[in-house]
Design a binder for this molecule. Structure first.
Ligand SMILES: [Zn+2]
Length: 337
């Protein structure tokens, strides 16, 4: 089977199961009965932020001492985690492997993408933009049919975003036709705005809604002074980032930081702000699995997300959940009706 035909959409599975169930209970006449209409919750999803790591082959020093994440998370774990979510395809996101393993990471994910039936169909690789041989590294991946972009997690205030060698590296990414994922703390967003302005020919993706400080948005905190200031600054910077018309916002990551007892209502305003600010054409969704497990299971995150977007037009939901991903990541169209 080809990769595309091997991946059934949940909608099809749902309908097929309904028919099988009908045949079992009421005989062949059920075949003439109207097919169940597609439930909104079954709009399929392209997961634009899937992590996988195998500690028997890779070194991820940042995992040391992490009780939740300090083990291997491989494809069979991912397949179990996405059950019931509607995720049918995924874009791999780099996992901050140790510096000397960036090429190995690319090779491992390339093998995954080649496997028939694998949900992983494209990749964003790790990088060191201010490394002296960075142009060679980027050019190496130009020949690879699965690589779509690069990321390095930014830290603190992101002072590196204004350093000439780093800026040059991000420009190189754009010149080679790749995207760069901005993954920053909210206080680093202001320097990301400067970086984006310095790289007009690089297309950016803002990961995790700019890592919005979600505790500030909780119903009980939303109106205290510190929270209001944080929210205002985040809104200002996200609006500036959205000003570059080819920048995308990835709706992801938020639940990794949610306090216990969170509800969809706690995270809805921040998500809605991103959806409205970037508009229906420039938003995609990511699971951030298994990092999401720090706050919620993948099923809980997708359930909350579907609840939050339920009142939006069907066409906008489809764009957010898979059409934009198919377009922006140039991946094969999903086999959906
Ligand atoms: Zn992540």
């Amino acid at each position: 089977m080809t990769k595309t035909s091997a991946i059934q959409t949940p909608a099809r599975i749902d309908r097929r199961n309904a028919m099988i169930a009908g045949l079992a209970t009421a005989g062949a006449c059920m075949l003439q009965a109207p097919v169940l209409s597609m439930d909104k919750s079954w709009i399929p999803i392209v997961d634009c932020h899937q992590h996988l790591w195998d500690l028997s082959r890779q070194k991820l020093s940042w995992l040391q001492g992490n009780d939740t994440l300090g083990r291997s998370f491989v494809m069979k774990d991912y397949l179990a985690a996405i059950e019931g979510t509607g995720i049918t395809k995924a874009v791999y996101m780099e996992v901050d492997v140790d510096k000397d393993e960036k090429f190995l990471e690319g090779e491992i994910v390339t093998d995954l993408c080649k496997q028939a039936g694998s949900p992983t169909v494209a990749a964003v690789l790790g990088c060191i933009p201010d490394a002296p041989d960075f142009a060679n590294y980027v050019n190496h991946w130009k020949k690879n049919p699965f690589v779509r972009g690069f990321r390095t997690v930014l830290s603190g205030d992101n002072d590196q975003c204004v350093m000439p060698n780093f800026v040059r590296g991000i420009q190189t990414i754009g010149e080679a036709g790749f995207r760069f994922d901005l993954c920053t703390s909210p206080k680093g967003l202001a320097n990301c705005v400067k970086l984006v302005k310095s790289c007009p020919d690089t297309r950016f993706i803002v990961d995790h809604c700019g890592n919005v400080e979600i505790k500030a948005w909780r119903l009980q905190n939303r109106n205290d002074e510190a929270s209001r200031k944080m929210i205002l600054e985040w809104k200002r910077d996200m609006t500036m980032l959205a000003g570059k018309q080819d920048t995308i916002c990835k709706i992801s990551g938020i639940v990794a930081q949610v306090p216990k007892g969170w509800t969809a209502e706690d995270i809805a305003p921040a998500i809605n702000f991103c959806l409205d600010t970037f508009g229906p054409e420039r938003v995609v969704v990511g699971s951030d699995w298994p990092v999401c497990l720090m706050g919620a299971t993948l099923v809980e995150w997708i359930k909350a997300l579907r609840e939050i977007i339920a009142s939006r037009p069907d066409s906008d939901q489809r764009k957010l959940l898979y059409e934009n991903a198919v377009r922006h990541y140039a991946i094969e169209k999903l086999a959906v009706n």
